[in-house]
Design a protein around this ligand. Structure first.
Ligand code: AMP
Length: 420
């Protein structure tokens, strides 16, 4: 026997009934986002590498070490998309979406790829539910985006959601802060780890994300970005906070939150779900007022979020999972050769009436077919033998109560409809 092949490291198969939970989450996302005027965008999984180098930033971990990048047969450098925003930005520019009434509201659901060390909740192919509002400087758009996100998460039954929010300022604020941070850290350069030393030159703000205890201690005395905000950035942030307070959103201002992508400006936020034993962010989000311009489009302020669908599914309440996977099909069991064909025809008729029915196709004994019905979680069995066919009836059995009775096909349809 040859050796069985396995899925690629960091990727996984999603099987039923788990996929029913994924579909239920996606349906709710579509419904909630549509109710805010969002339309779906589907961009290719493949993009030119240059898009992410320009959009996400060369010095970010994503572009620096996590992309699946390869040359195609003509030697063009392509990458599997590691995130959605840059691709949506490209599509916005490519299709002149700025000519539509602004803001343009788009959402996207699909797989993304990052070469990361696989662990629980972290995969090399993972899924995001992403939404972007393009063409409005805020602050009301910041607030609408957060309210939409919370509405969606609450509809999934998630509670105790905390929005960790910060501002990384506009271009001017960031330049001023960057200089202050570098001159603070420079004398301690020898105490920094290798990554942070590199970032001191390439992307010093990312050092604030460091988890190394020694660096964390050092950062306690670091200058605060909030002291370097331009008046406009400060006002924007204060307005966002005040508006969110009005909607009683549970907020935590997190001055160290800078997020790992270069394109963020002003508002950035993450959402964590407390009390679920997981402090990992399930959502990463922020404003990106320069990206569309950087990608060759007209200056267009925008904000968006990315929900990690894999992690989201992990923290869903059990009740949601149970409701999404509950199924109680009827099992149709033909007895004898003639009944096989009649059985297929009856099953078609039931489906036409909107009933979920699984047909027993193998001609196995009634006893073993009933066992199978139980294993499949069927609530009802419909037995169809030659006698029943002659009388234009079926034998209907409630598998929970054991009740059994003869029904005409019309009554059968009625009865099954009532019980679903
Ligand atoms: P980011 O695009 O890095 O801002 O990530 C947004 C969200 O996507 C995170 O909060 C995670 O929930 C999720 N995410 C990012 N990378 C991965 C991964 N490798 N595996 C699973 N989920 C991920």
């Amino acid at each position: 026997m040859s050796k069985a092949l396995r899925s690629v490291k960091g990727t996984r198969d999603l099987l039923p009934p788990q996929t029913a939970v994924w579909n239920a989450v996606e349906e709710i996302a579509r419904r909630v986002f549509t109710s805010y005027g969002y339309g779906e965008i589907r961009t290719p999984v493949l993009e030119s590498t240059d898009l992410f180098v320009r959009g996400v930033g060369e010095s970010t971990d994503i572009v620096g070490k996590e992309m699946y990048t390869f040359a195609d047969r003509k030697g063009r450098s392509l990458s599997l998309r590691p995130e959605a925003t840059a691709a949506i930005g490209r599509a916005f520019v490519e299709h002149n979406l700025q000519e539509l009434p602004l803001p343009v509201r788009l959402y996207c659901i699909g797989p993304f790829f990052r070469y990361e060390r696989p662990q629980k909740g972290r995969y090399r192919q993972f899924f995001q539910i992403d939404a972007e509002l393009l063409g409005d400087p805020g602050p009301h758009s910041d607030v609408e985006v957060i309210l939409m996100l919370l509405r969606f998460l609450r509809e999934l039954g998630l509670e105790r959601l905390v929005v960790l929010i910060n501002t990384v300022g506009d271009e001017a604020s960031r330049l001023a802060y960057r200089a202050a941070l570098v001159s603070y850290l420079e004398p301690y350069k020898d105490q920094l780890g290798e990554d942070s030393r590199r970032r001191l030159e390439s992307n010093p703000l990312r050092i604030l994300d460091s988890k190394a205890p020694a660096e964390r201690q050092l950062l306690e005395g670091a200058p605060n970005l909030h002291d370097h905000l331009s008046p406009e950035s400060r006002e924007h942030f204060e307005q966002v906070l005040a508006l969110l307070e009005r909607f009683e959103v549970e907020l935590e201002v997190a001055p160290q939150l800078v997020r790992g992508l270069d394109y963020y400006t002003r508002t950035v936020f993450e959402i964590v779900s407390q009390g679920l034993g997981s402090q990992d962010a399930i959502v990463g989000a922020g404003r990106y007022d320069r990206l569309i311009g950087d990608l060759g489009g007209p200056p267009t302020e925008a904000i968006g979020f990315a929900i990690g669908q894999d992690r989201l599914i992990d923290v869903l309440p059990e009740s949601f999972r149970a409701a999404a996977t509950a199924s109680s099909p009827a099992m149709l069991i033909p007895i004898g050769d003639q009944a096989q064909v009649e059985g297929l025809a009856l099953a078609e008729r039931l489906r036409q009436a909107g009933i979920v029915v699984i047909a027993e196709l193998s001609g196995r004994s009634v006893r073993s077919a009933l066992k199978q019905a139980n294993r499949r979680g069927a609530r009802h069995a419909i037995l169809l033998g030659e006698d029943e066919i002659a009388r234009g009836e079926v034998t209907f059995r409630d598998l929970e109560s054991g009740e059994q009775l003869a029904l005409s096909t019309d009554d059968l349809v009625q009865r099954l409809k009532e019980s679903t």
